[in-house]
Design a protein around this ligand. Structure first.
Ligand SMILES: Cc1cc2nc3c(=O)[nH]c(=O)nc-3n(C[C@H](O)[C@H](O)[C@H](O)COP(=O)(O)O)c2cc1C
Length: 193
């Protein structure tokens, strides 16, 4: 299969997840194109599966990811596609924070007119050694709210790599069972949306 992975990242964890997924697919002999939404990501046309990832900062995902989704929503909705969200909230067991996370994600996907077949919530990382004063302050508040022990000020990765292995397997399964469809040109959709 021909798989496209697009990601938005601020401190690098979402790219680490994209790299991991890419290696998983390549190990199964699939071809992978990996691209940062901040650069010039390719159109999703012609790929068998498209995975898009973004991370949460101050309750928002990266704007270039939203622009990409909006521009290509017609093709994304006609392809096996999945979204992964990276956040600290996903590492917590606080139900109210999880509800916020789900609402923000739903609003983001609706704003992009995209209905991915799968949405995966990925626990991110604390990188105190890389944060400036402002980010350290913000992260202490967020980590406290999300019940994480941020008092130590140490770096910590919460990402569950075995859950991501399962996520990659589900994508392959979905793409393999997807009916072959004739994909209209994106411009055909733009006219009606
Ligand atoms: C300034 C800042 C703001 C953040 N805001 C949120 C937030 O609102 N909700 C949340 O769950 N996580 C938040 N996080 C945690 C990030 O989502 C987490 O560190 C993630 O691993 C970052 O992914 P990235 O390295 O790909 O950017 C924030 C992190 C920073 C540094």
């Amino acid at each position: 299969m021909n798989i496209l992975i697009i990601y938005g990242t601020t401190e690098g964890q979402t790219r680490r997840v994209a790299d991991f997924l890419s290696k998983e697919f390549q190990n199964l002999n699939h071809a992978v194109t990996l691209s940062d939404a901040n650069g010039t990501p390719p159109s999703p046309s012609g790929f068998d599966a498209v995975i898009i990832g973004a991370s949460m900062h101050m309750e928002r995902y990266q704007e270039p990811v939203l622009y990409y989704i909006r521009e290509h929503h017609a093709t994304l909705n006609a392809t096996t596609s999945a979204f992964y969200s990276v956040s600290l909230t996903a590492a917590s067991d606080d139900e109210a924070s999880w509800q916020d996370l789900r609402h923000i994600t739903e609003r983001f996907l609706i704003a992009g007119h995209w209905r991915p077949a799968l949405v995966e919530y990925v626990a991110g990382a604390l990188r105190f050694t890389k944060y400036d004063f402002f980010k350290k302050f913000i992260m202490r508040q967020i980590a406290k709210r999300a019940s994480q022990s941020a008092a130590t000020g140490e770096d910590k990765e919460y990402t569950d790599w075995s859950a991501l292995k399962l996520f990659s397997a589900k994508i392959i399964q979905l793409a393999a069972s997807a009916p072959v469809t004739v994909r209209p040109e994106e411009s055909d959709f733009e006219a009606v949306c």
